[in-house]
Structures are given as C-alpha cells and as structure tokens.
Design a protein. Structure first.
Length: 95
C-alpha cells in the first residue's frame, strides 16, 4: 500500500469515527496535502487544500488563521490553469 492510500484510509476512518470537521481529521488531510505537494502531485494537493480550506472556513470562519493558511497553501501551488478542475477549485476559493 502506498503512503497516499494509507492517508486516505486514515481520513476515511477518522471521518467515520470523529466526523469530517474534527481537528484530527483536518490535520490528517493537511498532512496528506503537504505530502502530495512534496511529491509534486500538485493536482492532488489542489484538491486536498481546497477541501481543507472549505472545511476550515465552515468550522472556524473565513478570517481564522487556519482557514487563511489553507487558502495561502492553495494559492501557492503551481497550477496549470488550462485544466478546468484546477481553475475551478482555485476560483471557488477566491484565489
């Protein structure tokens, strides 16, 4: 099993047991996004950071430091804006 699949399995278990907005679940999602970024899987990192930003905004509000950090990480990713999924994810986050 790959590290990404291990993270995804852990996130699924945490979501089932703790809920999708639990701090531990969101921390694991952040770590997965960071791992994907480090491995240059920018498409996966865009999806993960976008999901994290949405969850943080819902839980903490738009001006919370954790929400803003997720948005910063999303905005900082190299992105091929010709790919609709990337462009749409960034535009929906206001990037």
């Amino acid at each position: 099993m790959s590290i990404v699949s291990e993270y995804e399995k852990l996130i699924a278990d945490q979501t089932r047991l703790l809920g999708s907005d639990h701090p531990d679940t969101l921390t694991t999602l952040r770590r997965l996004a960071e791992f994907r970024f480090d491995c240059r899987d920018y498409a996966g990192a865009v999806d993960d950071y976008g999901q994290l930003h949405t969850a943080r905004a819902r839980v903490h509000g738009a001006d919370h430091p954790d929400t803003l950090n997720a948005l910063y990480n999303l905005a900082s990713l190299p992105c091929d804006d010709r790919r609709p999924r990337h462009r749409d994810r960034r535009l929906s986050a206001g990037v």
